[in-house]
Design a protein around this ligand. Structure first.
Ligand code: SPD
Length: 426
């Protein structure tokens, strides 16, 4: 052996973009490549980047295998670094070429630690280790596969055990991950929509704030909300005579019924009028004054939800609200989505009037920055705090055993930090 290690620097071209964007498959392939070459895996860690790309490392007893992928170019760069005679990195090279369906690849082998250039130092191993670590046992194997949602400044990662659902619908990429900390999680185009463990915050706050404020709500409309959480909360209000939900993407409904059944539990409730269609069109065709509450439970303002953040759409919502009607929207994170946040409040005020638009906050750990905002806009005089019936709200929260919402949360949610007030000139 003329060197301590062999390092193959690899380029794979014209690979399958889908494979290169699938963190679970990449991890399995890299671990498979290590096993096939005769290596012993110690640990591995893999990240998926939003909107696409995967990075990861497999640490082996004989050194490491590392990867970074650019699905948009069908390109992967890989380092295969092994020490010792028993592992052949070229076996890994061939294995990965097939796994990534690469049309062609190129590789350069470097000798690392050429023995001719090294001088062996004598030292007593006992001086470097404590007594316990001199006992050689089985290596501890850990596995880290991460989903990451990020923009260019902030990232949020969650470790997961794999993907349960992955479909490209006509509108967006619909995925469900089994996360280790938050249970099953729905993502749309790589953005976290809801998780089993913290969904209640969003769904209780988007629903009960307007429904317990409006003096006498009878008809409610949910635009979006395909996971079913908002509908589930809405149906807890027995005084409502009609709840209509219009979701554009039946794949979202399918994914949630299959893998987030507690959130989707109301989707088959006969009291819910579930329509799979374009919410913008539905609102445009609805009669004047036909709903007391309209909840816009949208994704972020990219892709299919973009139109749900437009002036024209909000004007139509205003038109279909009854005289005391209330519109609620999820209005993004003041810190993370600051531009959209400021803009939409200007738009709401131009339509509903400066004094009829209120922002309230809730804390959702799996959304970027954890601080999430909702807008409350009333067509009439239904003020969210003045004259608010605390007793009714308390009784409702208790009777339904709610996890986040109560009468104190209702009123305190409208207390805004100064930086948020400033952003919306309040
Ligand atoms: N970035 C997260 C925005 C999520 C808004 N909608 C969530 C849908 C839950 N019903």
């Amino acid at each position: 052996m003329a060197s301590l290690g062999r390092h193959i620097i690899v380029e794979y071209y014209d690979c399958s973009p889908e494979t290169l964007n699938d963190v679970t498959r990449i991890q399995e392939s890299m671990e498979g490549a290590a096993n096939k070459a005769g290596a012993t895996i110690i640990n591995s860690t893999f990240h998926h980047f939003s909107p696409y790309g995967v990075s990861g490392v497999v640490v082996i007893e004989e050194s490491h295998l590392a990867i970074h992928t650019w699905p948009e170019y069908g390109y992967a760069s890989v380092d295969l670094f092994t020490c010792g005679e028993s592992v052949d990195p070229w076996i890994s090279y061939q294995f990965l070429k097939e796994a990534f369906e690469a049309a062609h690849g190129s590789a350069v082998e470097l000798k690392r630690g050429e023995l001719a250039l090294l001088t062996r130092k004598d030292f007593d191993i006992k001086q470097l280790r404590d007594d316990k670590s001199t006992e050689v046992g089985d290596p501890i194997r850990t596995k880290d596969v991460w989903f990451t949602e990020r923009d260019d400044k902030i990232a949020l990662s969650m470790k997961h055990n794999g993907k349960l659902y992955d479909e490209q619908s006509d509108f967006q990429r619909v995925e469900v991950y089994n996360t280790q900390a938050y249970g099953n999680m729905l993502t749309l185009d790589g953005m976290v929509m809801t998780t089993e463990k913290d969904e209640y915050v969003y769904h209780e706050m988007i629903t009960h704030v307007p429904t317990l404020t409006h003096p006498n709500p009878k008809r409610a409309l949910i635009i979006g909300g395909g996971d079913g959480g908002t509908a589930r909360e809405m149906l807890k209000h027995e005084s409502l005579e009609e709840v209509v939900m219009v979701e554009i993407d039946d794949k979202v409904i399918e994914a949630c019924k299959l893998h987030l059944p507690r959130i989707a539990s109301a989707l088959d409730n006969p009291k819910l009028n579930l329509i799979v269609d374009d919410g913008i069109k539905y609102v445009k065709d609805a009669a004047d004054g036909s709903f007391d509450i309209v909840i816009v439970d949208s994704t972020d303002p990219v892709g299919p939800a973009e139109g749900l953040f437009s002036v024209a759409f909000y004007k139509e919502v205003y038109r279909i609200l009854s005289p005391d009607g209330v519109m609620i929207t999820q209005s993004e994170s003041p810190r993370f989505n600051n531009k959209v946040f400021k803009e939409i409040y200007q738009v709401y005020r131009s339509i509903f009037g400066v004094n009829n638009v209120h922002c309230y906050l809730a804390y959702i750990p799996t959304y970027p920055t954890g601080m999430w905002s909702f807008s409350y806009s009333s067509k009439g005089n239904a003020h969210p705090i003045e004259g608010f019936d605390l007793e009714k709200s308390k009784a409702f929260a208790e009777a339904n055993d709610l996890s986040y919402y109560n009468e104190q949360i209702h009123t305190s949610a409208f207390a805004l930090p100064n930086f948020v007030k400033k952003m919306i000139n309040q």
